[in-house]
Design a binder for this molecule. Structure first.
Ligand code: HEM
Length: 384
């Protein structure tokens, strides 16, 4: 195929990854969705590429180039590894606990009195508690593991993310040793069982990588979605009392998932590498190129969503791509929805006049983590 790199289509453009390397950025809904199931692109840099473009400088977010003689892992490997852990039965069983922790955290905020920070007082402790319980991380280790997990996805400083990545994986390795001795009903034990059943597919390193990956995946996106949802609900006219109705809540949560964060969108979409030359619109994507599928842009595609740029809590048709699509659809989607519903379904019952504390202009964007959002979201309530 003749290469024409200057060719740029409005939906596929030349840009850069968060690491500053060249990438194709795909923005329209239909193309993003199609490429998410296209077998000519996948997460691993093509084995023949001498110096593949990096997605980010954080090691934990970068898929390694595979050995040319090693077949790529099956697309459904991660899903199979965690099928039991995220089964509908486990998620249903978790609902009352998630609800109870959310209630306790909101109660503590209320007792302590205003102001509070939605991220540090509610979103972070909630998602940290839930994913730590699920993984089987002992209570006394949770804070240091949370710090490593957060730092491992820091885009600003590769030295910081590299050290944290190593510490997190060393910790998971020690915890795995312990789980081998003392199996429990938790994700680490499920992963070890999978490894025992499928030793050809699943190495100890893969179990460690999955445990570390689930620890950060279980936290950063969910926290930012809580911050995003609170911002959207507190800056738009909505019927707060109606959120107690589960049907209304379902639609509101899906719209929060769809609508990009108004202050700081995701820093980048999801990465893939071309394993063949592909023509997309006017663009010629060459084998080996990095392709970033911009989910925030796709979720605002006017050809798919009416009034796409507005936050419409009553929106009914909402086929957003926030959890991806196809073989790598988010395994934690049900868990994330559980946490989002617990928060947005109960916070206004406890704090009906909740509002942002201070000027919107003073809110600081979070630019060092892929999920974007805010550095903090200060809120207040009552007469002050
Ligand atoms: C609102 C919160 C969340 C959002 C917006 C989100 C978003 C996503 C997206 C877009 C993907 C697809 C990535 C791709 O195609 O390359 C994904 C995959 C994944 N997510 Fe989530 N996620 C969230 C919460 C969670 C939670 C709570 C967990 C686990 C505890 C989790 C674990 C995963 C895993 C393991 C994958 C990889 C699946 C695979 O490759 O088969 N996510 N997530």
């Amino acid at each position: 195929m003749e290469l024409k790199f200057e060719a740029v289509h409005t939906v596929v453009r030349r840009g850069t990854s968060p690491a500053g390397d060249p990438a194709w950025i795909v923005s329209d809904y239909r193309t993003v969705k199609k490429l998410l199931t296209d077998e000519r692109i996948n997460r691993f840099p093509h084995p023949d590429t001498a110096d593949p473009a990096r997605f980010t400088t954080a090691e934990i977010l970068q898929f390694r180039q595979l050995d040319p003689d090693t077949p790529p892992p099956p697309d459904d490997l991660i899903r199979r590894m965690v099928a039991t852990s995220f089964s509908a039965r486990r998620m249903r069983a978790l609902q009352p606990e998630v609800q109870a922790i959310t209630g306790e955290l909101i109660g503590t905020m209320r007792t302590a009195g205003p102001p509070a920070d939605i991220r540090t007082d509610l979103a972070e402790p909630l998602s940290s508690h839930v994913i730590s319980e699920l993984l089987g991380i002992p209570a006394e280790d949770r804070e240091k593991v949370r710090e490593w997990s957060d730092a491992s996805v820091d885009l600003a400083d590769p030295a910081v993310s590299g050290r944290a990545d190593q510490a997190l994986k060393e910790y998971m390795n020690r915890l795995i040793e312990d789980k081998l001795e003392h199996p429990a009903e938790d994700i680490l034990t499920d992963l070890l069982r999978f490894q025992e059943l499928e030793p050809q597919l699943c190495s100890r390193d893969l179990v460690i990588g999955m445990a570390a990956g689930l620890r950060f995946a279980g936290q950063i996106n969910t926290v930012t979605l809580i911050d995003r949802g609170m911002y959207l609900l507190l800056t738009n006219p909505i019927d707060r009392a109606a959120l107690a109705d589960p049907k209304v809540l379902d639609h509101v949560v899906e719209e929060i998932l769809r609508h990009p964060h108004p202050v700081q969108r995701r820093i980048a979409g999801v990465p893939r590498y071309a394993h063949a030359d592909i023509e997309v619109g006017d663009a010629y994507i060459r084998k080996g190129d990095l392709v970033i599928l911009d989910l925030d842009d796709a979720n605002e595609d006017r050809e798919i969503f009416d009034d796409a740029e507005s936050f419409c809590p009553a929106r009914r048709e909402n086929p957003h791509l926030s959890f991806g699509y196809g073989p790598h659809y988010c395994v934690g989607a049900a868990l994330a929805r559980l946490e989002l519903k617990a928060v947005f379904g109960s916070i206004f019952g406890a704090l009906p006049d909740l509002r942002i504390d201070g000027d919107l202009e003073s809110l600081r964007p979070r630019q060092h983590q892929l999920s974007g959002g805010l550095m903090e979201l200060p809120v207040t309530w009552g007469r002050n």
